[in-house]
Design a protein around this ligand. Sequence first.
Ligand code: BMP
Length: 207
Amino acid sequence: MSSRLVLALDETDPVRALDVAKSVAPFVAKIKINYPLVLSAGLEIVTEISKFSPVICDFKVADIPNTNRLIAKEAFEAGASGIIAHAFPGPESLKAIREVDSTKDMYVVITMSHPKGGDYFDIENFCKLALEVGATGVVAPATRPEDVAKVRNLVGDLEIISPGVGAQGGSSKDTIEAGANYIIVGRGIYLSDDPAAAAEKYSKELV
Ligand code: BMP
């Protein structure tokens, strides 16, 4: 069975980031890159890492449609296989990303994993929106499996990717049982003394 693990590569040293990415590639389905690495290494790092793993650009895009379109275009042209966007700017902003390249993945944040991270998110409306705009999937928190289960009921077959396993205390097993397709692990892997071994361990817990 293929891996259900996504690495969140928030390592800001570009050389180390590439080393980690290469060593964990056999154990992960995808690598998620966020602002810390892109701001330190430049967008070229997306192109580099895409050579050995699909890359999701976690830019949490949240702007007017034209700006969302421009951001998505840059990310996809750099080689990203997908992008993460916020729901609250509404359907036109999300559709603008979809229209850049509908073969790419678009994930919509439904609610967040940190303490009180769910207090300002509207799970029902955001799930409805993700379906309406044809999202590939949604982001829901491993730290609150009850929210993952709620999201699963609302989004049908859309993919659920869940951050918060490891450093934030979420459990892989509970998250998958609640209905997530993939867990996202960052510090639990890239800060480990042996990132490949850590990735292998997390990936085995999931099969
Ligand atoms: P870590 O395993 O080190 O906590 O990393 C989690 C990753 O997932 C980070 O890149 C973070 O920005 C992202 N993330 C999250 O933790 N919670 C959310 O609700 C949404 C996220 O994208």
